[in-house]
Design a protein around this ligand. Structure first.
Ligand code: ADP
Ligand code: ASP
Ligand code: MG
Length: 474
């Protein structure tokens, strides 16, 4: 049994959290590979350093070192501290080099922003060593995690990563070593660190699981599992026990921050089940995401939202009769590497939903199209996408009517709809100012009420509530 265990920023964010996580790892049976994020707050700190036009590099180094040394000093004494300190100093030298590298290098930011993971993994490996486990901190370079693509949004090369992990990590496992690998980044074909986008440690862990043919991937975070909505928007969101890969992939792609948007594909490819678990409550079973799931006939299971989007509408008479024009527009948008979250067409218009950050480059590309007469381009900013996942969402007559009546109750206009494009979800765009209301109403009507009804059903007539373990609790 080989388990890949990924721990997020808050799970390794303090000496107590690190101790708790080490306990979870120690009590997991079989072979284990750990992947860790940076300690919480560290990547944000590095982002502000790379964005600062005139940073005080000495102060950046000092603050960064102090953050990790202060945690280490509460975890290690004597020889344990000395052996930690030796590796720490070596890594600090590399940190300093990355910080002082050429800022005009397109991969400069990746080089600096990926530094936090190198230190959290070092501390965690030493905590495990102090418990008598032969753990070793391994960087993505050493593990052979291969990446390609644009700075700050790399994609893993699964084939090269599998080759690298087979050569570098498998032998460690057979020697009984527990590898603690840096999340968040891989190595570009030029040999430079390339990050997978913010929150990318989930994806890195899925790549590790794929590359090493793990039996299970566990994503340990700070909530009880994949929930019916972001618990920061909906405080009474409920934990989902089981989901299939398709449902989780749609929700993650359309904004459920609990998983990086690209986490599912590497594990789905190899049928590796994924569990989302709470490192602060290891006794909770979390959410199981896998190939199959018995439908429970729930109209709505989970809702995710993506904000800061814009609709670009391009008008030209009888565009529908000129398919080559639509193809040309799509081609141009692709050159700008813009992600299109939704498309809709009419006789004379085609509309795209894209991130507001991408509008400028997208318009530049569209304006460079020659040979077709584009009459107008309109841009509507301040749009949000709602992704609703449910059972048989598309088969059931009237389901979208039910959902849109909740949107009406929020007095929101539906700006765009994608129905039927995915088997498991219904996606629609609303003004950003209304999105919270829409989610609250949808959740209260179709998830909260159902949950309350289930609890009422479980209660005995005398009002005693049935406990989770099956008995009755007073
Ligand atoms: P980590 O540091 O462990 O990677 P993240 O902050 O990236 O943790 O992701 C966990 C957070 O995702 C939760 O604290 C929660 O606020 C947020 N979240 C958003 N949508 C969901 C959802 N559907 N289920 C669970 N958590 C969600
Ligand atoms: N440390 C990185 C970030 O904050 C990656 C991660 O946490 O998944 O984005
Ligand atoms: Mg995360």
């Amino acid at each position: 049994m080989l388990t890949v265990m990924k721990f997020g920023g808050t799970s390794v964010g303090s000496p107590e959290a690190l101790r708790r996580v080490a306990g979870i790892i120690a009590s997991t049976e079989g072979e284990r590979i750990v992947v860790s994020s940076a300690m919480s707050g560290v990547t944000n700190f590095l982002v502000s350093a790379v964005l600062d036009p005139a940073p005080d590099l000495e102060s950046v180094r000092e603050q960064f070192a102090n953050k990790h040394l202060s945690a280490a000093s509460q975890l290690f004494q004597g020889e344990a501290m000395e052996s930690f300190r030796k590796e720490f100093d070596e890594r600090m030298e590399k940190f300093w080099k990355a910080l002082n590298a050429d800022r005009s290098d397109p991969y400069y930011k990746d080089g600096v922003m990926s530094q936090g993971e190198r230190f959290s993994t070092l501390i965690l490996a030493h905590v495990l060593r102090s418990m008598g486990i032969d753990a070793r901190a391994i960087t993505s370079e050493e593990a052979g995690i291969a990446a390609e693509g644009k700075p700050l949004s790399g994609s893993a090369d699964l084939k090269r990563s599998a080759d690298g992990m087979t050569m570098n990590v498998k032998p460690l496992l057979s020697m009984g070593v527990l590898p603690v690998i840096t999340g968040y980044y891989g190595i570009s074909p030029e040999g430079k660190p390339l990050t997978f986008g913010r929150g990318g440690s989930d994806y890195a862990a899925a790549v590790v699981a794929n590359a090493i043919d793990a039996n299970v991937l566990e994503i340990w975070t700070d909530v009880d599992g994949f929930m019916s909505a972001d618990p920061r928007i909906i405080p009474d969101a409920i934990k989902i026990e089981e989901m299939n890969f398709g449902e989780a992939a749609e929700l993650a792609y359309f904004g459920a921050k609990v998983l990086h948007p690209r986490t599912i594909e590497p594990v789905r490819q190899k049928h590796i089940p994924l569990k989302v678990r709470n490192s602060f409550k290891p006794e909770e079973p979390g959410t199981l995401i896998h190939h199959l799931r018995k439908p429970k006939n729930e109209l709505l299971r989970s809702i995710a939202t993506k904000t800061d989007l814009s609709i670009i509408t391009i008008s030209s008479a009888e565009m529908a009769y000129r398919p080559s024009m639509v193809a040309r527009i799509l081609d141009k948008i692709a050159t700008a590497d813009t992600i299109i979250y939704s498309i809709s067409t009419s006789l004379s218009t085609v509309a795209f939903l894209v991130s507001t950050n991408d509008v400028k480059t997208t318009l530049k590309q569209i304006n460079s199209i020659e040979g077709y007469d584009i009459e107008r381009i309109d841009v509507k900013n301040g749009v949000a996408l709602v992704c609703a996942v449910g059972d048989n969402l598309l088969d059931k007559y009237g389901v979208s009517g039910d959902i849109f009546s909740a949107v009406k109750e929020a007095e929101a206009n539906v700006e765009m709809i994608s129905e039927g494009a995915s088997e498991v979800s219904l996606n629609f765009a609303v003004p950003m100012s209304k999105v919270m209301d829409v989610v609250r109403i949808l959740h209260a009507r179709y998830i909260g009420e159902r949950h309350d009804a289930r609890i009422r059903k479980r209660q005995r007539p005398d009002g005693h509530r049935r406990s989770a373990c099956g008995g009755y609790r007073r």
